[in-house]
Design a protein around this ligand. Sequence first.
Ligand SMILES: *[C@@H]1O[C@H](CO)[C@@H](O)[C@H](O)[C@H]1NC(C)=O
Length: 288
Amino acid sequence: MAFHPWLIVIITLVSFKTFFLFNNALRNAGFDENYAVNWGNQHVLFLNQGREVQLSLDSSSGAGFQSKEYFASGYFQMRIKLPDKDSAGVVTAFYLYTDVNTHDELDFEFLGNRPGKPIALQTNVFTNGVGGREQKTNLWFDPTADFHYYKLLWNQQQIVFFVDDIPIRVFKNNINKGVGYPTGTMRVMVSLWDGSNWATDGGRSKANYSNAPFQAHFQDFNIDGCPSTPTSPNKECYSTKYSWNEKEYWQLNSNQLKAYENVRKKYMTYDYCADRKRYPTPPPECIG
Ligand SMILES: *[C@@H]1O[C@H](CO)[C@@H](O)[C@H](O)[C@H]1NC(C)=O
């Protein structure tokens, strides 16, 4: 029996479909593909064939991991479930960082709390070694009960911090106003550590180690970033070869803007831009 030409077309289409499905499965990266433990080896546990990682903090150590590569742009994400019960003083961090030519850093820092009190999400932006740009947001869900996505968009127009798909912070490229902006490369970092001296109630609520170990869980080790040599950004990283550099990612769309304004109004508890004691003259990026 000869194959009818249409049958060959159909078989070809089916195999393409299979190929793309398979490719999607491949995108479910295991930890080792993109990340490596950089401290506290004894406090890292791999679960579910490397699809989930648990970091623990006890009185001897915390732990952390970092991306193998440096990146010059991207839309980075991590699924995180925070330590539950009494986590006062305990800091879980997901951030982009470099100290190669300069210190740039984009932080998600979750500040643990006593049971029943809200865990604050603190974000910060360091450019050319200058930080002091803290904002704090209470989350509208219990971040210890389930995994949620935390994401960082970084292109040469803007940096956006997202909780699930809701933008909670925007840092625009205002280099023309003399404001620093990360124009080099950064790597992705994750850590769990003791911030007792500052994190909760200004350092008054310290980690209570009779409740240790504190455990944070992480999933999704794909990295949507443009890899680069660490010392100078690969120019390709600014091109529309990468979707996050396209025009629709240069500013929030109207739905995102609505969600952003709503979250800031209802859940933001601190904004350095509004702290006149600390900054009698608001920093330039806060104006306009
Ligand atoms: C630490 O936690 C233990 C066990 O939950 C509790 O009995 C103790 O009072 C706590 N200590 C402080 C200083 O909160």
